[in-house]
Design a protein. Structure first.
Lengths: 214, 668
C-alpha cells in the first residue's frame, strides 16, 4: 500500500480540526486555514486602499488651477460601470454555487460571464481615463488628478489581476476538476472579487458621488 | 536597449566603493567556489534554499541579518571616522555625496535588512515550536517571503557597484527624493528594493497571524501561549496593518519620479507633508514590529533563567496588545515641527507618553520575575539585564522627546540619534543577541561558548554607551544629525569617544564570528543531548535539538500555562513519561524552488525598473506570473513520513528524555 493511501486511511490527507472557535482543539483544517489567511490578505489590501483614500481626500482640492471634480466626472458612465461590476459579483456567486455542486459546464459559463462583465468595467474605466487625458486632465496636471488616477487605477489594476486569476482558474478547473484545493482557491478568488466590489462602492461614493455634487 | 545603464554606472573614479565592491565580489566568488569544491550545493539546495521548513527558513533569515549587520556596521564606523576626522579645516575622507549615501544606506539596511530579518527569523524558528505544531500555516509562502527579502538585500547592495544609493536619509523624504532634486538611480534602488522586500514582509505577517490564531497544539488556548507568541502575534498584526501603507507611500513617490505625478512635489499642488504623515503611519508601528518580539525574547529568557513563571503573565499580554494599538496613535511625534498647532501636538505628545505605561508594566514584570528567583547568569540573561538598564534610559529620553516644546529644541539633533539607537540597540539588538545564544542549541544541537559570549556582551554594552552617550550631550550643544563636516572643534573629544565606542562594538561583532567558529570547532564538548539545555519552560524544549523536520511526533496535549514545565515536573515527580501515544504517519509539505525563482524574477524586474530597461521589466513580470501558474499546477502537495520512521525517532527521543528526567528525579 502506498504511503499516500495509508495517510488517507488514517484521515490525514486533509486532516485537522473543523473547529471554528478559539483553536484550542488543535490546528484547524486547511479548509479553514486557507480562507482565513486569504481574508487577512484582503484586510491588508483594504488598508492599502484606505491609505489611497486618505491621499485622495487630502489632495482632492489641490487642483493647481486645473480641472475640478465636477468638470471631469460623469455619473452616467460610472453608473453603468458600477452595475457591470456588481452584477459580475453576483454571477461570481453563481459560479461558486455551481462549483460546490461540481458542475463543470455552468461553473465555466458563470466564470466566463464574471470575467466578461469585469472586462466591460475595465473598458469603461480605460475609456474614461483616455477621455480625461484627451481634454488635458491627465494625472500629471495636478495633485488631485494624480490622486484620482492612482486610487481608481489601483482598483482597476486589482480587477485586471482578478481577470488573470479567473482565466487561470477556468483553465485549472478544466484540467484538474473540482479537487478540494482547487475549490479552496475558487473560494479565495470569490472573496477577492467581492472585496473589489466593496472598494468600488467606496470609490463610487467618495470619488464620484461626492465629486459630482452640484 | 539598456535604459540608463552604461559603463558610467560603475564607480571607476571612486576608490572606496570600487574597492569595497571588488572585495565583496571576490568574497562571494570564493564562498561559491568553496561550496562547489566541497560539493555542498545539493545539500544547500535541498535543505535550505528550497526548504519549506520554518526552522530552516528562520536560520536563513538570521544568517542574512548577521551578514547585513556587518555591512550596516561598516557604514556606521565610516560615518564615525568621518565625523572624527572632518573637524574645522579638515574635510575628512568622504565627500558629501558619498557620506550622504552612507548614512542613508546605514539606516535602510539596519532597519529593513538587519533588524527585520533577525526578528522575523526568530519568529519563524520559535513560534511553531512554542505552539507545539509542525510548521507555519503556509510553508511555501514562507519560503517566498524569505527570498523576496533576500531580493531586496541584493538590490540594495548592488547599488554599491552599479550606480549609487539614495542620498536622502533612510526614509527618503521629498521633495529632496523627487526627480528634480535626486535625478540619479539612488532613490530608485531604495524604492524598488523596499517594495519587493515589503511584499515579503506582508506575506510573513499574513502567515504568522494565521499560524498563531488558527494552528496551535490541542489545549493551547490563548492564555496558555508563551509570551513570545503573543508578541509575535502583535507584531504581525502590526505588519498587516502598517506595511500596506508603506507600499502605498513608496508607490506614490515612484509615480512622482517615474510618471511625473504630483503627490509630493513642490509644484502642481503636491504636498510633501503628506509623505511625512504616510511614511510615519507605517514608520512608528514599525518600531513596535521590531521591539515587541524583542520583549517576547526577554520574557522567555528572564523566566527561564530565573527558574520562575513569568510574573504578571496576563498584564504582559495586555501590555503587549495595548502597545499594539497605541502604536497607531503617535506617528505625528516624528514631526512636531510641521506646525500642526498646539492641540494636535499635545494630543500626539500625550499619546506618545502613554506608551511608557504598558512598557513600564513590562519592565516591572521582568524585575519581579527575577525577584526571589534563582537567577542563572548565562549570556542571554546578561543581555536581558543590560537591556533593562539601557532601555529604561532610552525610554526616558523618548518621553523627553515626546514633549513638543523639548522636541522643537532637539529635533533632528544628535540627541534624537542617541535616543533611537538606545532603544533599538538596547532593545532589539540585545534581544536578538540573547535569542541567538538562547535558541542556538535548539537549532544546531550544541551551545555557544559562554566566555566569548560574555565578551561579546561587554563589547556591545560598553561600546554602545561610549558611542551614544556623548551624542546626547552633543545634541544639547546643537549638533544636528547627518553632518559630513563638523564646524566646531570643541565637539572633537566627544566625537572621538563615540568613535572608540563604535570600534568596541566592532570588536564585539568580530568576536561573534570568533565565537561561532570556536563553538563549531569544539561542538563535541557542548552537545545538547537532552534537547533542554537551559531547563526551559516552553514547548520548543520538549523536542530534540535540532528538532526533526516535523518537530513533534505527536502534537503535545497542553495543560496549564507553562506547557512544557508542567509536563516536565509531572514526569520528574512520577519518574515516568506519559504513556506512549499512538503514532501515525506524518504529512509534511514538499520542498519547492518557487520562492527562489520568484525572487529571481522579482530581482530582474526590480533591476530593470531602476535602470529603465522596460522590456526586461515586462519579461520579469511574465516570468513571475508563469512560475506561479506552474506552481499552482502541481499535483503532489505533501510527502508522508512513514510510521516506522516516526515511531523509531519518537522512541529514541523518549529514551533520551527518560534518562534525563530520571537523573533530575534522583537529584531532587
Amino acid at each position: 500500500m502506498s504511503t499516500h493511501a495509508e495517510a488517507a486511511i488514517v484521515g490525514l490527507t486533509h486532516g485537522g480540526s473543523e473547529d471554528t472557535g478559539l483553536g484550542q482543539r488543535g490546528p484547524a483544517s486547511k479548509s479553514i486555514v486557507v480562507p482565513y489567511g486569504f481574508w487577512l490578505f484582503v484586510l491588508s489590501d483594504m488598508v492599502l486602499f484606505s491609505a489611497l483614500f486618505a491621499t485622495y481626500a487630502s489632495l482632492v482640492h489641490a487642483t493647481d488651477g486645473g480641472p475640478i471634480t465636477n468638470q471631469v466626472f460623469h455619473r452616467d458612465l460610472v453608473a453603468v460601470e458600477t452595475i457591470a461590476l456588481l452584477v459580475s459579483s453576483f454571477v461570481c456567486g453563481l459560479a461558486m454555487i455551481t462549483a460546490k455542486r461540481a458542475n463543470m459546464f455552468w461553473t465555466q459559463v458563470w466564470l466566463l460571464v464574471t470575467a466578461l462583465l469585469g472586462l466591460v468595467f475595465l473598458y469603461i474605466e480605460i475609456s474614461e481615463f483616455a477621455g480625461m487625458i484627451a481634454i488635458g486632465a491627465a494625472p500629471q496636471r495636478s495633485a488631485f488628478l494624480s490622486a484620482f488616477f492612482t486610487l481608481v487605477g489601483c482598483h482597476g489594476l486589482h480587477v485586471t489581476c482578478g481577470l488573470l486569476w479567473i482565466g487561470t482558474m477556468m483553465a485549472q478547473i478544466w484540467a484538474k476538476g473540482f479537487q478540494p484545493h482547487i475549490v479552496r482557491r475558487l473560494l479565495c478568488l470569490s472573496v477577492f472579487w467581492h472585496a473589489l466590489d466593496i472598494i468600488w462602492v467606496a470609490i463610487f461614493t467618495i470619488v464620484y458621488l461626492i465629486g459630482t455634487l452640484p | 536597449m539598456f535604459g540608463r545603464l552604461t559603463w558610467d554606472a560603475i564607480p571607476f573614479n571612486q576608490p572606496i566603493p570600487l574597492i569595497t565592491s571588488l572585495v565583496v565580489i571576490a568574497v562571494l566568488g570564493a564562498v561559491a567556489i568553496w561550496i562547489t569544491v566541497n560539493k555542498w550545493w545539493p545539500y544547500l539546495w535541498n535543505e535550505y534554499i528550497t526548504s519549506t521548513d520554518h526552522k530552516r527558513i528562520g536560520i536563513m533569515y538570521i544568517v542574512l541579518a548577521l551578514v547585513m549587520l556587518v555591512r550596516g556596521f561598516a557604514d556606521a564606523i565610516m560615518m564615525r571616522a568621518q565625523q572624527s576626522l572632518a573637524i574645522g579645516q579638515s574635510q575628512g575622507y568622504l565627500p558629501p555625496e558619498h557620506y550622504n549615501q552612507i548614512f542613508s544606506a546605514h539606516g535602510t539596511i539596519m532597519i529593513f535588512f538587519v533588524a527585520m530579518p533577525f526578528v522575523i527569523g526568530f519568529m519563524n524558528f520559535v513560534v511553531p515550536l512554542q505552539l507545539g505544531v509542525r510548521d507555519v500555516a503556509f510553508p511555501t509562502m514562507n519560503n517566498v517571503s524569505f527570498w523576496l527579502t533576500a531580493s531586496g538585500v541584493l538590490l540594495v547592495n548592488m547599488s554599491l557597484f552599479l550606480g549609487e544609493f539614495a542620498r536622502t536619509g533612510w526614509l527618503a523624504f521629498p521633495p529632496l527624493s523627487e526627480k528634480a532634486f535626486s535625478p540619479g538611480v539612488g532613490v530608485d534602488y531604495y524604492l524598488v528594493a523596499l517594495q519587493i522586500s515589503g511584499v515579503g514582509t506582508l506575506l510573513t505577517g499574513v502567515n504568522f497571524v494565521t499560524t498563531i490564531l488558527k494552528t496551535r497544539a490541542p489545549g493551547m488556548s490563548y492564555m496558555r501561549m508563551p509570551v513570545f507568541c503573543w508578541t509575535a502575534l502583535a507584531s504581525n498584526l502590526l505588519i498587516i496593518a502598517a506595511f500596506p501603507v508603506l507600499t502605498v507611500t513608496l508607490a506614490l513617490l515612484m509615480l512622482d519620479r517615474y510618471l511625473g505625478f504630483h503627490f509630493f512635489t513642490n509644484d502642481g499642488g503636491g504636498n510633501s507633508m503628506l509623505y511625512m504623515n504616510l511614511i510615519w503611519v507605517w514608520g512608528h508601528p514599525e518600531v513596535y514590529i521590531l521591539v515587541l518580539p524583542a520583549f517576547g525574547i526577554y520574557s522567555e529568557v528572564v523566566s527561564t533563567f530565573s527558574g520562575k513563571p513569568l510574573f504578571g503573565y496576563r498584564s504582559m499580554v495586555f501590555a503587549t496588545l495595548a502597545i499594539c494599538i497605541l502604536a497607531f496613535t503617535v506617528w505625528l511625534h516624528h514631526f512636531f515641527t510641521m506646525g500642526a498647532g498646539a492641540d494636535v501636538n499635545a494630543f500626539f505628545g500625550i499619546a506618545s507618553m502613554l506608551i511608557g505605561i504598558p512598557t513600564g508594566v513590562k519592565i516591572y514584570n521582568w524585575l519581579f520575575t527575577m525577584y526571589g528567583g534563582r537567577v542563572r547568569f548565562n549570556v542571554p540573561m546578561y543581555y536581558a539585564i543590560g537591556f533593562m538598564l539601557t532601555f529604561v534610559i532610552g525610554g526616558l529620553t523618548g518621553v523627553l522627546l515626546a514633549i513638543p516644546p523639548v522636541d522643537f529644541i532637539v529635533h533632528n539633533s544628535l540627541f534624537l540619534v542617541a535616543h533611537f539607537h538606545q532603544v533599538i540597540i538596547g532593545g532589539v539588538v540585545f534581544a536578538v543577541m540573547a535569542g541567538y545564544t538562547y535558541w542556538f542549541p535548539k537549532a544546531f544541537g550544541f551551545t555557544l561558548d559562554e566566555r566569548l559570549g560574555k565578551a561579546v556582551f561587554w563589547c556591545w554594552f560598553i561600546g554602545f554607551h561610549l558611542a551614544f552617550m556623548p551624542l546626547y550631550v552633543l545634541g544639547f550643544w546643537g549638533a544636528t544629525r547627518r553632518m559630513q563636516h563638523i564646524p566646531d572643534p570643541t565637539w572633537a573629544p566627544l566625537l572621538n569617544i563615540a568613535l572608540v565606542g563604535a570600534a568596541i562594538i566592532g570588536l564585539g561583532i568580530a568576536l561573534t564570528v570568533v565565537q561561532l567558529i570556536y563553538s563549531i570547532n569544539t561542538r563535541d564538548q557542548r552537545r545538547d543531548v537532552t534537547g533542554d539545555p537551559w531547563d526551559g519552560r516552553t514547548l520548543e524544549w520538549l523536542t530534540l535539538s535540532p528538532p526533526p523536520h516535523y518537530n513533534f511526533a505527536v502534537l503535545p496535549d497542553v495543560h496549564g500555562e507553562e506547557a512544557y514545565w508542567t509536563r516536565k515536573q509531572t514526569a520528574i515527580k512520577l519518574d515516568k513519561l506519559i504513556d506512549e501515544p499512538n503514532y501515525q504517519p506524518i504529512e509534511m509539505p514538499l520542498n519547492t524552488p518557487v520562492g527562489v525563482i520568484c525572487a529571481f524574477f522579482a530581482s530582474v524586474c526590480g533591476f530593470a525598473i531602476i535602470w529603465y530597461i522596460w522590456w526586461l521589466a515586462i519579461l520579469g513580470l511574465i516570468g513571475a506570473f508563469a512560475i506561479f501558474v506552474w506552481y499552482a499546477w502541481r499535483d503532489e502537495h505533501e510527502h508522508i513520513i512513514p510510521l516506522e520512521e516516526v515511531r523509531e525517532n519518537a522512541r529514541e527521543r523518549r529514551r533520551i528524555r527518560m534518562e534525563h528526567l530520571h537523573e533530575l528525579s534522583q537529584s531532587t
